[in-house]
Design a protein around this ligand. Sequence first.
Ligand SMILES: [Zn+2]
Length: 68
Amino acid sequence: MDGNQRMIAWSAEWALIGGVVACTGCMQSQPISKAEEPFPHDPSCAGKDEVASKPWAELHQILDEERG
Ligand SMILES: [Zn+2]
């Protein structure tokens, strides 16, 4: 996947709302200050085992690879 495809995949799973990233599966959220902690999904979240455990870190990696 190139950076654009990875960004599309990321934004299907996550939403940036104000200063937090939210899971589109359960709408739980995490501020960037907790970027190094595993994302606190709702226990009933259907997607929690299929998405990255650290969405901020994944976003950072996508940007890093695109921008060098
Ligand atoms: Zn979730």
